[in-house]
Write a protein that binds this ligand. Structure first.
Ligand SMILES: NC(=O)c1ccc[n+]([C@@H]2O[C@H](COP(=O)([O-])OP(=O)(O)OC[C@H]3O[C@@H](n4cnc5c(N)ncnc54)[C@H](OP(=O)(O)O)[C@@H]3O)[C@@H](O)[C@H]2O)c1
Length: 307
């Protein structure tokens, strides 16, 4: 069965006209822009979301967020919004200050072989979103001097609601605050030990999908008890947002808030207990553990597979 993701990824033959004018060289040649520009190398799902978030947050203008991918014609919409778009990773990276790597882990070596010769330790910061690729692994390609920061954002970044986990090594310390400030403008940030990146991937990056699936399930239940699909999804999503906000604003424990909804012999506790009887919490915990294990196994030097 063709999934929605596969459908959206079906692409036409690269259009020469788009490829040839995919970037106006003059727009990346300007030094004043280069001093603050951000290059997103591999502007797929996450890279595009980061670009949209940066512009939405007003942190940079679209011409200052340069985007590459192998099929730049897929970025027509972002290009129309003013982003320089193209295939030339080295050229785009050399025109930027912050270089955000957002390709699949299996493409690490090839892309870093292109970037390494142009990365200047005095000017560039390399920011990697790659799952399972360590800072040490990145340094094998770019050397010991370029500041390298590992980040694990999630798709919430598009609406400035990312939970971004960040880790760095000692040589990257001076550049770290600049990267942290960028991602702080795109949601919440937390500094973590690099050893916990696999766990952060499962809880925060994969977590978006887990909570979306939970919302979908709630909406399916909503349809069964009488709502139209569209209104059920909106009602479930807003309810999930309200639940999350309670925890974030009150800084409370979920059970404290749950206690306020569950009246004795009431309908909430009856529903909750039925869900737990079917393994609700246990399924989430087990899913997270498997995702974290898989994230740890995605280092391309250990595993040739993708995510
Ligand atoms: N998606 C998430 O929510 C998320 C969250 C946290 C971390 N991550 C990590 O972020 C990375 C990207 O994930 P994704 O979901 O955005 O993947 P994706 O949608 O497959 O995007 C990867 C992009 O890299 C491009 N690419 C491949 N080879 C390239 C090359 N040689 N030069 C330039 N671009 C190249 C691809 O371009 P073409 O399609 O045109 O070939 C594609 O657009 C992964 O390492 C993943 O582990 C993802």
């Amino acid at each position: 069965m063709t999934t929605k993701k596969q459908l959206t990824r079906k692409r036409k033959t690269p259009s020469k006209s788009i490829a040839s004018k995919s970037i106006a060289s003059k727009s990346i040649a300007s030094k004043s822009i280069a001093s603050k520009s951000i290059a997103v190398i591999g502007a797929g799902n996450l890279g595009s979301a980061i670009a949209r978030g940066i512009v939405r947050a007003g942190l940079r203008r679209a011409p200052e967020v340069l985007l590459t991918r192998r099929h730049p014609e897929e970025l027509a919409e972002l290009r129309a919004q003013g982003h320089p778009v193209g295939r030339d990773n080295a050229k785009f990276a050399s025109a930027a200050r912050i270089v955000i790597l957002a390709v699949q882990p299996k493409h690490t070596a090839r892309v870093l072989a292109e970037l390494a010769p142009v990365l200047d330790p005095k000017r560039h910061i390399l920011v990697s979103t790659l799952t399972g690729v360590s800072i040490e692994g990145l340094r094998r390609h770019v050397g010991s001097e370029v500041p390298v920061v590992r980040v694990m954002p999630n798709l919430g970044i598009q609406t400035l609601n990312s939970m971004t986990c960040l880790a760095r090594d000692a040589p990257s310390e001076p550049a770290f605050s600049e990267v942290e400030a960028l991602f702080a403008g795109l949601g919440e940030t937390v500094r973590i030990e690099e050893a916990n990146m696999g766990a952060a991937t499962a809880l925060c990056a994969c977590g978006i999908a887990f909570f979306l699936r939970a919302i979908r399930a709630a909406a399916q239940g909503g349809i069964q008890i009488g709502f139209h699909a569209e209104e059920a999804i909106r009602m479930a999503a807003q309810t999930a947002k309200g639940a999350a906000e309670l925890l974030l604003v009150n800084r409370s424990h979920p059970e404290t808030e749950i206690d306020q909804v569950t009246t004795p012999n009431g309908c909430t506790i009856a529903g909750l207990n039925e869900m737990e009887n079917h393994g609700f919490s246990s399924a989430l915990v087990r899913g997270l553990v498997v995702s974290a294990q898989r994230a740890g196994a995605l280092d391309p030097s250990r595993d040739r597979g993708g995510s």
